[in-house]
Design a protein around this ligand. Structure first.
Ligand SMILES: C[S@@+](CC[C@H](N)C(=O)[O-])C[C@H]1O[C@@H](n2cnc3c(N)ncnc32)[C@H](O)[C@@H]1O
Length: 269
């Protein structure tokens, strides 16, 4: 599974940023950053990690915020895109570390080191062993440190299986939560593990984390009608609605993606 995902991400790495450059993604990214920001370490000498960094969208923001940041992706072509962006960044790039590695096993990264890890764009769903990945995140997080990670929502994927009309496929999906990312080349199709808000919480708790919340992204299914993003001040108005709707944690159930925030307890070693 891991090698199919790597092949796919290696192929799309160079055009990746243009795929996600439209008003919907600007809205989505602003929402994400607003959810990450409260967890930035207060102490600027602490280290951050961008897991499944892709072209570095989140790690570069952390680096620009002044933190020493490690970028990890199992696609070497993605890591290369980050390296190129760093070339244009001047002295701040000196605080960046790049690593091509599979997040389920990262012996290169030290124990108890990172104060904030972000794993955005669902690398947890894409990887071959989400529990091993969560355990690794726990190992490398310092006591009191935070992980913010996204994953595919099993409950939202049910519609697809109902529309397909294949009862056997629906039964299998409800049992195991596994689905496939269907890209045109067969050898690049990779399996995804989906989670319910509760099963995602359990995954992190089994690793040792205390979970402070599971939110959904996005509650408003704006991808189905991007015209809503064209109205005056649309992004700010829609962010306001998301904030209001997110007050009820149950809203996560209808979202395509879940975002968990988990803390390594202070007493953990
Ligand atoms: C949808 S992209 C998101 C990229 C970036 N985090 C963002 O939000 O723009 C998912 C990334 O996770 C990486 N990934 C998937 N499985 C991984 C694994 N097992 N270990 C490390 N990276 C992985 C992919 O190569 C890809 O770059």
């Amino acid at each position: 599974m891991s090698s199919s995902s790597r092949k796919y991400h290696d192929r799309v790495a160079r055009q990746y940023d243009t795929i996600y450059d439209d008003p919907y993604w600007h809205f989505h990214d602003e929402l994400t950053w607003r959810m990450i920001k409260p967890h930035l370490p207060r102490d600027h000498s602490l280290a951050c990690l961008d897991l499944g960094c892709g072209t570095g969208k989140w790690g570069l923001k952390l680096l620009k915020s002044g933190f020493a940041t490690t970028f990890v992706d199992h696609s070497a072509a993605m890591v290369e895109q980050v390296r190129r962006k760093l070339e244009d960044m001047g002295s701040r790039a000196g605080k960046a570390t790049l690593l091509a590695a599979d997040m389920i096993k990262m012996p290169e990264l030290p124990n108890g080191h990172f104060a904030l890890t972000v794993a955005m764009g669902d690398p947890l769903s894409i990887c071959s062993d989400p529990q091993a990945a969560a355990n690794e995140m726990f190992r490398i997080t310092r006591a009191g440190g935070v992980v913010v990670a996204t994953a595919d929502n099993k409950l939202a994927a049910l519609d697809h299986y109902v529309q397909r009309g294949n009862l056997q496929a629906l039964e299998a999906f409800v049992q195991n939560g596994r689905t496939r990312w269907l890209t045109s080349a067969q050898e690049e199709q990779f399996e995804l593990t989906t989670f319910t808000p509760e099963s995602l919480k359990k995954l992190f708790e089994r690793a040792g984390f205390a979970v402070s919340g599971v939110a959904g992204k996005t509650i408003l299914p704006l991808r189905h009608n991007k015209r809503l993003l064209e109205a005056e001040d649309a992004i700010l108005r829609l962010l306001q609605l998301e904030k209001q709707l997110a007050k009820d944690a149950a809203a996560a159930g209808r979202c395509a993606h879940l975002q968990i925030t988990a803390v390594k307890p202070i007493e953990a070693t």
